[in-house]
Write a protein that binds this ligand. Structure first.
Ligand code: ZN
Length: 655
């Protein structure tokens, strides 16, 4: 097989790719993606829910059928598992028990789990309890992804403790803070985000039910959903729309999920009350009015829209999710795929250089977690492999590199300010939003590698892993050192010969490459950003090898072509600016690097006019390592996911 950008038009017939969509991260050029304000906003009328499931084009294999093998993803999973195992149950449920008036002698956590302890200096967090919800989801996922019985037992224990709290609190409402917070929400008085927190607990219960079969978790969830249904039903639509100005996580999504799983439309109708119309109307009309919005308040709402479309076929919700994704990925994401600055979208679309100057706190990690979640929905509708170009780039740059090796602590922001460094949560006194989505992310890294449709399997990610396709009596073992080595090998085990298609994603960044079956070159043409479909009768011992050569390239800011970042294949490179002046206190604990407290750095600039990148950025010692040459000050470059304890820069001024 020859793979070349010049052969882009000659895609394999098997590649199920529509032509209207551009590969990320290029902005959408298609005029259809530019909307105008319609006379009647799409979401003007009250919503009525009618169930009508949209059949997905492709489905992911359940995590129980995929196991990670040794490699960087398994390492990250293990570091996270270690962190989770160090968090005791009695401390995780402590604030819930206090709130329910049940006895506990457990030490409270700090940070966003800090309770009211009577000291003015330690202001109570109004989000307390949120992390326990994330922890339940992560525990359920550890069980599904690795068969981790200890994680399931711990999750079961938490569910049981929280069920007791719910019973004591009259059977519906369940939280680590009093329901008085909801009175304040109703009265439009100051309160942080009570529904955001309740959503995490509901989602945790849902995952414990779905992924581990815990029926008590479903009972607790239905009690909570009943409470939320009653609470929202008592508000006028106008008042409810006002209430939705306060962050509410994915309340719509969890209620749609519950409706789907119990076949009870009551929950979907409750979910519809969390449709923030002033946010959805411009999106459904394909207009970007995202400037000024808090990013991670809104991504979960769009995931809810995606789920609403899947359950009802209502295309307005499809358009909300579809347009939002293209706009965020194409016009509001940095080279790493990270989005947000100071947690918001501060500038107009495609003004990222201007946006980057506004704050050090770029790229909130939970935004990446949620964008990956949204991407899975869109891929499911289309089977377009280019969603996985984005997915892979995000996994490699925003996820693999934002978990601390060995300790499993994770980042809040991945700063792109030149001279920044990575900072991580403390063990017991942070519990940021991103700590919560962090434990979830790294407990399901085997998810979405393999998908299937009636005709066969899709291999979307190059991660050492094993797929057990029990229904077909087929096993695929993927062995790879990717991204350190640009190749992968899949070995088949089959109970008896199986006729099916195995489609390999041909990444958009590939330069050249080949596919071999049992050592023999496959004579076919496939273009980057498509699939090569290998359809035949597979037998035990059959072997597929794919080489995926990477090359260096630059990507510039859309609003400043002299501001450039360098990539090697899907890997974003960062320049090593040393570690002078960095202390542990500057690295563990702060949610954003205190750049002004560190020694001032001169960030090198580069001259490269008219020359090939490879003429002045050349391989250095060590895997995936590079070095500039011939510059006033040369810099060592390596993947951002491998830089820890160092100051770095990703974007450079290149003249
Ligand atoms: Zn966050």
């Amino acid at each position: 097989m020859k793979l070349s950008r010049r052969h882009f038009a000659a895609t394999l017939a098997a590649a199920p790719v529509a032509v209207a969509q551009q590969a990320p991260p290029a902005p959408p050029a298609d005029a259809q993606r530019r909307g105008t304000a319609p006379e009647v906003p799409p979401f003007q009328e009250p919503l009525t829910f009618t169930r009508g499931d949209v059949a997905p084009k492709v489905r992911p294999f359940p995590m129980t059928q995929v196991r990670l093998l040794a490699g960087p993803f398994q390492d990250a999973a293990e570091w996270n598992r270690g962190y989770m195992s160090r968090l005791p149950v009695d401390r995780l449920v402590r604030n819930f028990k206090v709130n329910a008036g049940l006895p506990t002698s457990a030490q409270p956590f700090g940070g966003w789990e800090q309770p009211n302890n009577g000291e003015k200096l330690h202001r109570a967090s109004e989000l307390r309890g949120h992390f326990t919800g994330h922890f339940l989801s992560a525990s359920a996922q550890l069980y599904a992804s690795a068969g981790d019985q200890a994680a399931k037992s711990k999750g079961d224990e938490i569910v049981d403790e929280l069920a007791k709290c719910q019973k004591k609190l009259t059977g519906g409402y369940l939280s680590a803070f009093p329901s008085e917070f909801f009175d304040r929400l109703d009265a439009r008085q100051e309160v942080w985000a009570p529904f955001y927190t309740v959503h995490k607990i509901m989602a945790g219960m849902f995952d414990m039910y779905q992924l581990t079969g815990n029926k008590q978790a479903l009972d607790v969830l239905q009690g909570m959903a009943g409470w939320a249904d009653q609470w929202t039903a008592s508000k006028s639509e106008e008042h409810m729309q006002d209430i939705l100005n306060t962050e509410y996580g994915g309340m719509n999504e969890i209620l749609y999920n519950l409706a789907a799983s119990t076949n009870d439309d009551r929950w979907a109708k409750a979910g519809d009350r969390y449709t923030k119309k002033r946010f959805f109307n411009p999106l459904a009309s394909r207009r970007d009015e995202l400037r000024g919005l808090h990013v991670n308040t809104h991504i979960p709402q769009v995931i809810g829209a995606a789920r609403r479309y899947e359950l009802s076929g209502d295309y307005r919700f499809h358009d909300v999710a579809d347009y939002f994704w293209y706009e965020v990925v194409g016009a509001r994401s940095y080279v790493t795929t990270g989005t947000s600055n100071g947690e918001g979208w501060l500038a107009q679309p495609r003004q990222l250089a201007a946006e980057l100057k506004r704050a050090v706190s770029t790229e909130e990690c939970c935004c990446s977690y949620n964008m990956l979640k949204l991407t899975r929905h869109l891929y499911q509708w289309t089977a377009d492999p280019r969603y996985f170009d984005y997915y892979e780039r995000s996994l490699l740059n925003m996820r693999l590199g934002t978990i601390h090796p060995h300790t499993g602590q994770t980042q809040y922001y991945l700063s792109l300010t030149p001279g920044a460094w990575k900072t991580f949560n403390t063990e017991f006194d942070s519990f940021w939003c991103c700590t919560g989505t962090g434990v979830e992310e790294y407990s399901k890294l085997n998810d979405s590698i393999y998908w299937h449709d009636p005709d066969g399997v899709y291999v979307n990610l190059f991660i050492a892993s094993e797929l057990n396709w029990a229904e077909k009596g087929l096993r695929l073992k993927q062995e790879t050192k990717f991204p350190e080595a640009p190749s992968t090998m899949i070995t088949i085990t089959a109970d008896k010969p199986v006729q099916t298609a195995i489609r390999l994603r041909i990444p958009e960044w590939i330069s050249g490459g080949s596919v071999k079956i049992n050592g023999k070159l496959v004579d076919a043409l496939a273009s980057p950003g498509s699939y090569i479909s290998l359809s035949r009768t597979w037998r035990s011992g059959d072997r597929i090898e794919m080489s995926m050569p990477m090359s260096l390239r630059a990507e510039s800011m859309p609003d400043d072509h002299h501001q450039q970042a360098f990539l090697y294949g899907p890997l974003v490179l960062a320049g090593d600016l040393g570690s002078d002046g960095l202390t542990e206190a500057m690295t563990i604990g702060p949610n954003v690097p205190p750049v002004r407290k560190a020694p001032q750095l001169d960030i090198p600039t580069f001259h490269a006019s008219g020359r090939e990148l490879s003429s002045w950025i050349t391989p250095a010692d060590g895997p995936l390592s590079f070095r500039t040459s011939g510059q006033a000050r040369d810099v060592a470059l390596s993947p951002i996911n491998s830089i820890f304890g160092k100051r770095y820069s990703v974007y450079w001024q290149v003249s």
